[in-house]
Ligand binder design. Structure first.
Ligand code: ACM
Ligand code: ZN
Length: 460
């Protein structure tokens, strides 16, 4: 007989049952010993005894002990068996990315998803705020970004962007749940909404509409004119005023260079800098922005397809990968830069659970087994550089996700499965019991306004 399974996701590093049970009225008798254990502010110990509960850890660890206790109360609504839990995360970075450009979600829905993610010990919320289909963050110096760039999406919504006041509320809400928000402002690509608002940001200067279709577009911020770089820095100044996170994401993915190739300003810049091609020009542009963030005490994050060469001068930045570029990523790790794994093969939750329609080429179907069986530290990184992989992040792109209910279907139970691979240390993993444990925790969903998780026949 194996040990009784706890309905806890992610599964703790270790747990031991002891004698007796703790009745409901004594479960509120909680002693908190504040103090870091295992040199990890998220680690905790949870002791459930006949006369109450004792929690030990730094404030983040204490928060997670309470989350675990909440899940145990669902499993044992009357008396919880006495036990001793010792728990700590495998990775310090356990992220969830939400695209609020393609479809805008109101403040309360964003909070609902952050709350649900924190219930599975996710600690980073990567907020994709700008793209071709919508600019969703108020920038005071450039009001047309939201007057024009945010007017896509559901008709009749009072506003389709987040004011600074709303964003500060969401940051505070997340912080109470040990979630840090990392904002993403895309540049130079995925910038149609910005260029629709201020045509002079583009290479052609032509007026264009905000995109409503899907795809990869050639509307890049012009790299040739100083005013365009100044715009990016001005926007980031306001972003840094609102968001306290050390990391600021500047996108950089899928920058199609058609316009840059034909732009006299971009070509003049490229020649003046003696750069061989437009990819090198993007690296120069990215480096300018990364150095600027460094000068303001922040560290930039880029999608790793933004730089395939080795010529960045910025000291502090990190790379998030979605498509594998083994050589480049290894090189960045060897330079001491941190990596975040968002491999499309396991962590793109806009992809279907299974290839229901025989579309084979539409990404890779990703079900719970795909996620649980995926090893976040790729073998190619080698042991020497493995610690540069700080964790994993699942992405919810929202071209086909119009509302909260659809988002919940895409995310649950895949987000909890990913959280388990990011939190639970390898030796303690138990994939076989995942469904039973997850279903136990999900009894909480009604209370948290979460409806519409994926039907169970799609999970495996
Ligand atoms: C990406 O999926 N374009 C980062
Ligand atoms: Zn240009």
């Amino acid at each position: 007989m194996g040990k009784e399974i706890l309905h806890v996701v992610p599964l703790p590093s270790s747990y031991e049952f002891t004698e007796g049970t703790c009745p409901e009225d004594l479960q509120e008798n909680i002693r908190e010993n504040i103090g870091m254990i295992h040199d990890d502010e998220e680690a905790y110990e949870l002791d459930i005894t006949k006369d109450g509960v004792t929690i030990t850890g730094a404030p983040a660890g204490i928060f997670y002990a309470h989350v675990t206790l909440q899940q145990l109360k669902l499993q044992y609504p009357d008396a919880i068996p006495c036990m001793h839990i010792e728990d700590r995360p495998r990775f310090k970075y356990r992220g969830f990315m939400l695209d609020c450009s393609r479809h805008f979600l109101p403040e309360s829905d964003v909070m609902t998803l952050i709350d649900a993610a924190s219930y599975y010990k996710i600690n980073k919320f990567h907020w994709h705020l700008t793209d071709d289909q919508g600019w969703r963050i108020e920038i005071e110096k450039y009001p047309r970004l939201t007057e024009i760039g945010a007017q896509t999406g559901e008709e009749g919504r009072r506003s389709r962007f987040y004011t600074k006041k709303q964003i500060r509320r969401i940051i505070g809400f997340a912080k109470e749940r040990n979630v840090e928000i990392i904002p993403e402002i895309e540049m130079p690509g995925h910038s149609t909404a910005a260029i629709a608002s201020y045509p002079e940001l583009g290479c052609t200067g032509e007026s264009i509409p905000v995109e409503t279709g899907t795809g990869v577009f050639a509307n890049l911020i012009c790299a040739g004119r100083d005013e365009c770089l100044a715009f990016c820095k001005d926007v980031l100044d306001e972003v840094m005023d609102i968001f306290p996170s050390e990391t600021i994401h500047i996108g950089g993915d899928e920058a199609r260079k058609d316009h840059w190739k034909n732009c006299p300003y971009c070509q003049a810049r490229r020649k003046a800098l003696d750069l061989p091609d437009e990819d090198a020009l993007q690296r120069w542009f990215t480096d300018q922005i990364l150095c600027y963030l460094n000068s303001r005490g922040r560290s930039g994050r880029v999608w790793s397809d933004a730089f395939t060469g080795n010529d960045l001068t910025a000291e502090r930045y990190s790379a998030q990968f979605w498509v594998s570029q083994v050589g480049n990523l290894k090189y960045q790790a060897a330079l001491g830069h941190e990596l975040v794994n968002s491999d499309t093969a396991a962590y793109y939750f806009d992809y279907p659970y299974r290839d229901e329609f025989g579309l084979g080429n539409y990404g890779h179907p990703i079900n719970v087994d795909t996620i649980l069986n995926y090893e976040p530290v790729p073998a190619w990184l080698t042991e020497k550089f493995a610690k540069q992989m700080i964790g994993t992040e699942c992405a919810l792109w929202t071209e086909h996700v119009p509302d909260l209910e659809t988002a919940v279907q895409r995310l649950f139970p895949r987000l909890p499965a990913m959280a388990e691979t990011a939190w639970t240390v390898k030796d303690a993993r138990d994939n076989a019991s995942f469904d039973e444990r997850y279903i136990g925790t999900a009894a909480e969903f009604e209370k948290r306004r979460l409806r519409g998780q994926a039907p169970q026949e799609l999970w495996h």
